[in-house]
Design a protein around this ligand. Structure first.
Ligand code: UT7
Length: 335
């Protein structure tokens, strides 16, 4: 008896980012509004993080509304129709409904034609994980157009009295459409994790435990800030270099460096350790947006277009890191 076989979809030689869209939460929250509850100061927050203000959900805004607006803009800028999207991957750690995935709701709201729709959990590293996945899905022929969304409403899971995190996080969403390309637009992903530091950034208690304990306040995201700071500052520069080596690109060939917006001092430490040449423009969105976890890289890239420091076709190194601890990085040509 012959062994059954089957045919596989046609592959695409390369994948690229075709369009970008973002949505920033509307409420501007300056440091001055937060310092009393945590015995801090505007000066301390700016010096230690580079953050002057952050964006939090305003009236009528939700995680879903941010993700939807960013997705609609990404689709419009990519030149395809929503109906052509055959997969949606949402990276988020603040969709507080355990199931179903936010991606499935988005698929419906966007008017797509029943695409694959799922969320991934890789915290602040989620966007680069999802771009890596989308690139492989397109190149393998599994999907033709993948909508990748990084969306967070961290203000809802931040304790306003936790001295280690109350001032860090912000809300927003960024999305890209990944599709087939004749030339390489997304380089190989370099990703990994350090599960030994599983507790370094985590939800204080799980939802069931909180319910059983009859906790008066919701669980929130807590962090061993100095441990994460050391790990990110030293280890992530090595991952960035490994990504360039794996792609076959030198630092002086880059136009843009778009790291996760966790802390301005981490961004500077990475750029120094990588000996980035002066001409490489560095994303610094955190100053007015805060750390938006999985949304931070597309939001930071969008600001670079707005300020005229990024243009279509620029070569960018993306690198993201966070809870897990997890990380992912790739070189991309920006749309
Ligand atoms: O997005 C996911 C990844 N996340 C990150 O990458 C975050 C990484 N970590 C950080 O960004 C930093 O660790 C923080 C910004 C969270 C904290 O900054 P730090 O420089 O690591 O502060 P620290 O916790 O080491 O504290 C230094 C000093 C201490 O005082 P003494 O002992 O030197 O007198 C703290 O008591 O600052 C004091 N301190 C504060 N002072 C005013 C700690 N928190 C505060 C505060 N306001 N909120």
């Amino acid at each position: 008896m012959s062994t059954p076989t089957w045919s596989m979809p046609a592959t695409s030689p390369h994948a690229a980012i075709l369009g970008l869209g973002v949505d920033r939460a509307k409420r501007v929250v300056p440091n001055a509004d937060l310092v009393a509850a945590i015995d801090s100061s505007d000066e301390w927050i700016q010096q230690r993080t580079g953050i002057k203000e952050r964006r939090w959900l305003g009236p009528g805004e939700t995680l879903e509304s941010l993700a939807l607006a960013a997705s609609q803009r990404a689709i419009a800028s990519s030149g395809i129709e929503a109906a052509q999207i055959d997969a949606i991957v949402v990276a988020t750690c603040t969709h507080t409904l355990q199931t179903p995935a936010l991606a499935a709701k988005l698929a419906h709201l966007l008017g797509t034609q029943a695409p694959a729709a799922f969320d991934i959990s890789a915290a602040c590293a989620g966007f680069c994980h999802a771009v890596g996945l989308a690139s492989d899905m397109v190149r393998s022929g599994t999907s033709r157009y993948v909508l990748v969304v990084g969306a967070e409403a961290l203000s809802r899971v931040t304790s306003k009295t936790d001295r280690g995190t109350a001032f860090i996080f912000g809300d927003g969403a960024g999305a890209v459409v990944v599709g087939p390309s004749e030339v390489p637009g997304i380089g190989p992903v370099v990703w990994g994790s350090d599960g030994e530091q599983f507790d370094a950034i985590r939800q204080t208690v799980d939802w069931v435990e909180a319910h059983e304990n009859q906790d008066p306040e919701l669980p929130y995201i807590a962090m061993d800030g100095p441990a994460v700071f050391r790990w990110a500052s030293y280890e992530m520069a090595k991952i960035a270099q490994a990504t360039l080596d794996r792609t076959g690109i030198r630092a002086d060939q880059l136009d843009l460096f778009v790291p996760h917006q966790a802390n301005m001092r981490i961004i500077d430490a990475m750029a120094r350790a990588m000996k980035l040449p002066e001409h490489v423009r560095i994303a610094r969105d955190i100053a007015t947006q805060g750390n938006t976890s999985a949304a931070s890289i597309p939001l930071a890239l969008a600001r670079m277009y707005d300020e005229g420091t990024a243009k279509s076709g620029d070569l960018a190194l993306l690198i993201a890191f966070g809870a897990g601890l997890s990380y992912a990085a790739q070189v991309v040509r920006v749309p």
